[in-house]
Design a protein around this ligand. Sequence first.
Ligand code: HAM
Length: 435
Amino acid sequence: MSIIQSIRGMHDIGPAQIPVWHFVENQIRTLVSSYAYEEIRFPILESTALFARTLGQATDIVEKEMYTFSDRNGDSLTLRPEGTAGCVRACIQEGLLHNQLQRLWYLGPMYRHERPQKGRTRQFHQFGVEVFGITGADADAEIILLAADLFKRLGILKHLRLEINSLGVSEERAAYRDALVNYFKQHLDKLDEDSLRRLETNPLRILDTKNPDLKELVDKAPVLEDHLGEVSRAHFATLCKLLDTAGIAYTINTRLVRGLDYYTHTVFEWITDSLGAQGTVCGGGRYDGLVEMLGGKSTPGVGFALGLERLIELVNQEKTITAPHPHLCILPLTDNAMGMALSIAQTLRTDVPGLRVLSLLGGGSTKNLFKRADKSGAEFALILGEEEIQSKTVTIKALRDTMAQSQWNLDDELLKFLAQQFDLTFTVETQRGNT
Ligand code: HAM
């Protein structure tokens, strides 16, 4: 029979990769808690209209990358291509925004029908933060610092550089758009097919072109900065000052426009040269008009999302993270010992919290059981043979250095001994008190 494969661009994360995912996810949880951000979870599936309205009709995502289908009722649904739209929808619907400040984070899978390549998949995972209700650039600075803090904790800050820009407010962008269209219209013969299309739909995105033939033309194009008003300039200047004070290095990239339409004022990206073509690890910015666009009361917002696959690839370049070995293997040497083995394993797991106990199930010869115990990487074997069952004892054998063997009664002394070996706690009073 033919084997059914996963969908192109959607990858399994096997047990060997899980330890690094757990490491990164745990660092994220510790980090956001230290910033007093709260988690929000919202559905993976949303009405198509949510993304069409917020991300922009002329963006790559909405034009060609969404997983959209009709459900059994004929409603058009879309697998979320990003988290901001769903987060804002949820916050409006749950009444979390009006007259409130929110600092939120989320982590989960996103879906884009892009051409898969190294660092780019069709199912990928984002960690994102969204801050609502704060107009000042201090919120922009805080989330940039939060990202830098995560990179530092993961030991990968040296791989990343920060680029920032201001997109101003929509009127300023409209004036800039006109200036850009005028400019590019004078050079129509030099534009490629993609840029000609973008000239009609989303001229700012021409600045993002990867075509080296257009570099000179784009370099000479008008810059948005010249169209920014006083308020936008002041917002950006404050952000720069706050980043300087915090000692965060950045470059101002006047060509940074980002691929989504909802941004106002600040946009930023954390970029690496260590991953090949897909070098943007984290992207974000301010979106002061988005809540209103989705029917909520006008509320400023700023946030970012970072791609966990790209982040983890950088962590893998710095260190190898593997799953911890079990502390102890239990070896029932006869069928008779199986029941006792299961019950002892249970007692150990409950009474010595943190102790990792692997029961060697399925029987087998003594030689084979020891081979499996050795392979598991455990420090100790707990052996249960006929003799132990008769005398109601267990044999503990050190598997690594000494191979020393000792006989124990099944009582608290054994639990205390094992807890001590691994710096875990076992206190008779609390354990017994809880039962
Ligand atoms: P984005 O730039 O579209 O922004 O995505 C953020 C990050 O998600 C990227 O920098 C990248 O690391 C990762 N990413 C995106 N597409 C893929 C893919 N196909 N494969 C692997 N990784 C990918 C947003 O999504 C905005 N919602 C960010 C934001 C939050 N802005 C404000 N708040």
